[in-house]
Design a protein around this ligand. Structure first.
Ligand SMILES: Cc1cc2nc3c(=O)[nH]c(=O)nc-3n(C[C@H](O)[C@H](O)[C@H](O)COP(=O)(O)OP(=O)(O)OC[C@H]3O[C@@H](n4cnc5c(N)ncnc54)[C@H](O)[C@@H]3O)c2cc1C
Ligand SMILES: *[C@@H]1O[C@H](CO)[C@@H](O)[C@H](O)[C@H]1NC(C)=O
Ligand SMILES: *[C@@H]1O[C@H](CO)[C@@H](O)[C@H](O)[C@H]1NC(C)=O
Ligand SMILES: *[C@@H]1O[C@H](CO)[C@@H](O)[C@H](O)[C@H]1NC(C)=O
Ligand SMILES: *[C@@H]1O[C@H](CO)[C@@H](O)[C@H](O)[C@H]1NC(C)=O
Ligand SMILES: *[C@@H]1O[C@H](CO)[C@@H](O)[C@H](O)[C@H]1NC(C)=O
Ligand SMILES: *[C@@H]1O[C@H](CO)[C@@H](O)[C@H](O)[C@H]1NC(C)=O
Length: 532
C-alpha cells in the first residue's frame, strides 16, 4: 500500500463527513477478532444491475451517504420487467456455446450489436406475475388501487421505474454535461471486474453503447472506474440453457419466412402468431407451462416434451393445458434435407423411439445458466447476508418471491460498509455457510421453498440488524407484516393449487428454533439449469 493511494482514499472520503471514522478498519487485515474488519475505509460503491435488487441496494447505500455508481446494461431500469418488442440475440447451438464479439466485426447489424449489449428481457407481452401484487412490490411506491392480484409485466415495469425515479436513479435523472449521470449509467455494461491488492479497490471495465441517429452509427465507449466495494445484482435469467440434443446444430439453422424455427423461450413475445401452428415446447418448469397455456388457444396442435424427472413436482402446480400432448424427452433431430423449408418435414426422435413430424416451431423453455460476473464459484462462497466470504467488499443482492427482504439486505450492505454493523469473523462466516442458515438463504431462488423460507430468513435479518443498531445506532427494522402469510396462502390456494400451502407452513418455520431448521429441499433441479 503506497502512501499516495492512502491519501487519495482519504481525500475521496473527506467530502463525506463521518464515513472514514465510522468504518471499522484495521490495517492488519483479517485478524483473529470475533468480527470481520476491513483494511480500508469504504467510500465508493458500485452497484451492477438496475432491477428490483440493484435499485434497492443503490437507494440504501445513497441513504448511508456512500458515493454510489449504478451500472445497467439496459437503456432503462426495471431489470427482468423492462418489456420491449426486441428479443435477445440468438443463442448458439448446440450447447455449450461460447461466442466472442469483436468490435468492428463485419456482418453484424447495428441493432444486433445493440441487443447483444443490453440483452432484452425474457418476458412476453401478456405475462402476469405468479406472485400476488401485495408481495411483489418495492417500499415507498404503491401499485395503482385497481391492480389485480397478478400484475402484468407492464405494471411491474412501471412500478420498478417509479421506485427508480423516487430515488433519483431513473435513466433520465442525469445532467446533460456528462456522458453518464453521476449515479446511474444506463446502456452501460460491466464487462469485467478486478480487485487490486495494492490499492484494495475494484476496477470495473465499462462499455456504454449510444445510438448516433444523425449518422446512423453506434458509438461504444470503454472506460474503467475504481470502487471500494461492489454489489452484484445482475439477476438469474440472462444466459439461456439449451440441451445439446443430437442434431440440434443442423436444426438451429432452419428458418421459415425468415424466422428461426427453433428458439429459446427468452424470445417468446406474442401468442397470436401461433395461430394454426403445430408447436413443440420443451421443458416442464414455469416458463414452459405458462407459455403453453398462453399459446394453447391459438395453436393447431401443442406438444410438450418433458424429461422423466421433470414430470414430478413442479408441473403439478403449473400444469400444461388440457390440449397439450405430453411426450417423453427428445433423443435426436434427424438431419434436415437440403431443400426443406423450416422443420415441418424433419423427424424428431423421442427417447422411447417414437418419431414426431409436422412440427412448425420448437420453443426451448429449458431455463437459464448462472452467470459469473464475480468469477466462477463466487456465488458458492457467500455468507447469508450476501457478502463474499473471501472478500466481503463484494456482495450479491438477490430478489426472491416476496420482494420484502430486499430492504433488509440493502440496509445490511450500507451498515456493514459504513461500520454500523459487524459481520462475524471469516471463520464464523464459513461455519454459517455450512449450516442450515446458509442453505436456506441461498436456495431462495429455488421454487416452492422461496415462498416459505423468506419468512424465516426475515427473522434472522431483523434479529441481526436490530442487534447491530442497538450497538452502533440506527433505526430498528420491523418484521414483515403478519398478513403477508395469510395473503400468500390465499393467493397460492386460489391461483396455484388448492390445499398446497396452509398458514401452518409459514408459522411452523417461524416458530422453529434456528437449530432445527430443515435443510432446503433438493427438488432434482441442478444449479446449471435454473428453474424458469
Ligand atoms: C418469465 C419470468 C417470470 C417471472 N415471474 C416472477 C413473478 O411472478 N414474481 C416474482 O417475484 N418474480 C418473478 N420472476 C423473477 C424475476 O427475476 C424477479 O422478479 C426480479 O426481477 C429479480 O430482480 P433482480 O434485481 O435480482 O434481477 P433482474 O430483475 O434480472 O435485474 C438484473 C439487472 O442486471 C442487469 N445486468 C446484468 N448483467 C449486467 C452487466 N454485466 N452490466 C450491467 N448490468 C447488468 C440486467 O440488465 C438487469 O437489468 C420471473 C422471471 C422470469 C424470467
Ligand atoms: C447523511 O448525510 C446527511 C447530511 O449530511 C445527514 O443528515 C444524515 O444523517 C447522514 N446519514 C447517515 C446515515 O449518516
Ligand atoms: C492478492 O492477495 C491475496 C490474499 O492476500 C493473494 O492470495 C493473491 O495472490 C494476491 N494477488 C495478487 C495478484 O497479488
Ligand atoms: C412413446 O411416447 C409416445 C408419446 O407419449 C406414445 O404415444 C408412445 O406410445 C410411446 N411409445 C412407447 C413404445 O412407449
Ligand atoms: C442439415 O444438414 C444437411 C446435411 O446433413 C444439409 O444438407 C442441410 O442443409 C442442413 N440444414 C440446415 C437447415 O442447415
Ligand atoms: C449482538 O451484539 C452483542 C454486543 O456487541 C454481541 O456480543 C453479539 O454477538 C451480537 N449478536 C449477534 C447475533 O450478532
Ligand atoms: C404444508 O404443511 C402440510 C402439513 O400441514 C404438509 O403436509 C405440506 O407438505 C406442507 N407443504 C409444504 C410445501 O411444505
Amino acid at each position: 500500500m503506497s502512501r499516495l493511494a492512502f491519501t487519495a482514499l482519504f481525500l475521496a472520503t473527506a467530502i463525506l463527513p463521518g464515513i472514514s471514522e465510522q468504518t471499522v478498519f484495521n490495517s492488519e487485515g483479517h485478524t483473529n477478532s470475533q468480527w470481520t474488519t476491513f483494511t480500508h475505509p469504504i467510500a465508493r460503491v458500485a452497484v451492477i444491475g438496475a432491477g428490483p435488487a440493484g435499485l434497492q441496494a443503490a437507494a440504501h447505500l445513497l441513504e448511508a451517504n456512500l458515493t454510489v455508481r449504478l451500472f445497467e446494461r439496459a437503456p432503462s431500469p426495471g431489470g427482468n420487467w423492462f418489456y420491449t418488442e426486441e428479443t435477445p440475440i440468438r443463442e448458439a447451438y448446440p450447447y455449450p456455446a461460447t461466442r466472442y464479439y469483436e468490435e468492428g466485426e463485419g456482418g453484424i447489424a447495428l441493432e444486433e450489436r445493440w441487443r447483444e449489449h443490453w440483452h432484452p428481457r425474457p418476458v412476453w407481452y401478456t405475462l402476469h406475475t405468479n406472485s400476488p401484487a401485495t408481495i411483489t412490490r418495492l417500499p415507498g411506491v404503491e401499485h395503482p388501487p385497481d391492480t389485480p392480484w397478478r400484475v402484468s409485466v407492464h405494471n411491474v415495469e412501471r412500478h420498478v421505474r417509479a421506485y427508480a425515479s423516487l430515488h433519483g436513479l431513473n435513466s433520465n435523472d442525469k445532467p446533460f454535461s456528462s456522458p453518464y449521470s453521476p449515479i446511474a449509467a444506463y446502456a452501460t455494461r460491466v464487462e469485467a471486474m478486478q480487485k487490486c491488492n495494492e490499492t484494495a479497490t475494484w476496477t470495473l471495465t465499462l462499455r456504454r453503447l449510444e445510438w448516433l441517429p444523425e449518422s446512423n452509427r453506434l458509438k461504444a465507449t470503454y472506460w474503467t472506474e475504481n470502487f471500494d466495494a461492489v454489489v452484484i445484482a445482475t439477476g438469474h435469467y440472462t444466459t439461456p440453457y439449451v440441451p445439446s440434443i443430437k442434431g440440434i446444430g443442423n436444426w438451429s439453422a432452419a428458418r421459415e419466412d425468415g424466422r428461426h424455427s427453433i428458439y429459446h423461450s427468452q424470445s417468446f413475445r406474442h401468442e397470436e402468431r401461433y395461430a394454426g401452428k403445430t408447436i413443440l415446447i420443451v421443458g416442464a418448469s414455469v416458463s414452459s407451462t405458462e407459455i403453453a397455456r398462453t399459446i394453447a388457444p391459438f395453436t393447431n396442435r401443442l406438444i410438450a416434451s418433458v424429461r422423466n424427472r421433470d414430470a414430478r413436482g413442479l408441473d403439478i402446480l403449473f400444469g400444461f393445458p388440457e390440449k397439450s400432448e405430453v411426450v417423453p424427452e427428445i433423443s435426436s433431430f434427424e438431419p434436415l434435407s437440403a431443400g426443406d423449408i423450416g422443420i415441418k418435414k424433419g423427424k424428431i426422435v423421442l427417447s422411447n423411439g417414437t418419431v414426431i413430424e409436422g412440427v412448425d416451431e420448437i420453443i426451448f423453455a429449458t431455463g437459464y445458466r448462472p452467470t459469473h460476473l464475480g468469477g466462477p464459484g463466487t456465488i458458492d462462497s457467500l455468507h447469508w447476508t450476501g457478502h463474499y466470504i473471501h472478500d466481503p467488499t463484494l456482495a450479491y443482492a438477490f430478489t426472491a418471491r416476496t420482494w420484502g427482504h430486499g430492504p433488509y439486505q440493502s440496509l445490511a450492505f450500507a451498515k456493514v460498509w459504513t461500520g454500523k454493523a459487524r459481520l462475524p469473523s471469516r471463520e464464523q462466516m464459513w461455519q454459517d455457510h455450512q449450516s442450515k442458515k446458509y442453505t436456506i438463504a441461498l436456495r431462495i431462488h429455488l421454487f416452492l421453498f422461496n415462498l416459505i423460507s423468506p419468512q424465516a430468513l426475515t427473522r434472522q435479518w431483523v434479529a441481526w440488524l436490530n442487534n447491530e443498531s442497538l450497538e452502533f445506532g440506527g433505526k430498528f427494522v420491523e418484521p414483515l407484516p403478519a398478513e403477508t402469510h395469510e395473503m400468500l396462502v390465499y393467493f397460492l390456494n386460489t391461483h396455484w393449487s388448492h390445499g398446497l400451502f396452509s398458514h401452518e407452513n409459514f408459522t411452523w418455520l417461524e416458530n422453529l428454533p434456528h437449530s432445527e431448521w430443515p435443510p432446503a429441499p433438493t427438488n432434482g433441479l441442478d444449479a446449471q439449469e435454473l428453474a424458469w
